[in-house]
Ligand binder design. Structure first.
Ligand code: ADP
Ligand code: ADP
Length: 226
């Protein structure tokens, strides 16, 4: 795994929207960091900039100690999971999971081996030939997670990955995410506005407000909701 650093990162949209105001944050290799904060506080912008879907107005972003600003998204070694799964509907589970490897033109037997490994880790072996529409929300999100980790990313970004699930699925998948992160030793940046998720999953919680960092603390030092 690898370190991630935001160094005085600002992102302005037009003249007046300050999505991020000179944010500095260092994440150690293998650390699980959660961004917590109200809607509009800048959490998704942090992920977008780190993934390379957008560029900072000023400041630098380092992955493994090297500036990533000039690197396109597919060169950054980052896997992503979104709230709405974003699976390809016309592809089976196995094909969805194999997709990032096909794009990288990996040899067929290597693809087969890796897909089998990851389907086992995410407990999807029996669903390999199904299509997304035939799966529950929790199963679809496990497929999205499998697809995000199949190429062994150093960094995993998750934007409210449990947000669309009901309570019991959320509880279950929360534990799976933690187990998989520890097994793969990925550096994780996880976005949520759910304090309980932050408490259970994180090594460190970063509370964001109005484009800046309000507080950084271990989860047990976050004040409890009244
Ligand atoms: P969060 O993820 O915490 O809800 P965002 O990072 O999505 O917050 O947004 C931070 C601020 O930046 C918000 O005020 C949002 O409206 C604004 N913003 C985000 N993306 C854009 C964009 N593409 N164009 C204009 N404003 C944007
Ligand atoms: P196809 O009919 O094209 O084989 P599948 O959905 O069965 O469609 O598989 C897509 C790809 O994923 C295949 O090329 C295969 O290499 C791989 N694959 C399929 N099933 C499994 C599985 N259970 N374990 C590992 N790899 C699989």
């Amino acid at each position: 795994s690898t370190s991630v650093e935001f160094r005085n990162v600002s992102r302005r949209y037009g003249a007046n929207v300050h999505a991020l105001r000179s944010v500095s944050l260092t994440i150690a290799p293998g650390e699980f960091t959660t961004l917590l904060g109200p809607s509009g506080s800048g959490k998704s912008t942090m992920l977008k900039l780190l993934a390379g879907f957008d560029k900072p107005t000023s400041g630098d972003i380092l992955i493994g100690g090297t500036s990533a600003i000039a690197q396109p998204p597919h060169r950054r070694g980052i896997g992503m999971v979104f709230q709405n799964y974003a699976l390809f509907p016309h592809m089976s589970v196995a094909e969805n999971v194999a997709f990032p490897l096909r794009v990288r033109e990996m040899a067929d037997d290597e693809v087969r081996r890796r897909v089998a490994d990851v389907l086992a880790v995410t407990r999807l072996e029996n669903l390999a030939a199904r299509y997304p529409r035939e799966l529950s929300g929790g199963q679809q999100q496990r497929v999205a997670l499998a697809r995000a980790i199949v190429f062994d990313p150093q960094v995993l970004l998750m934007d409210e990955p449990l947000g669309a699930l009901d309570r019991s699925l959320r509880e279950q998948l929360k534990l799976e995410i933690k187990r998989i992160q520890q097994q793969f030793k990925m550096t994780v940046l996880f976005v949520t506005h759910d304090q309980d998720e932050a408490l259970v999953l994180s090594d460190r919680v970063v509370v964001m407000r109005d484009g800046g960092i309000e507080q950084i603390s271990p989860p047990h030092e976050l004040y409890q909701r009244p």
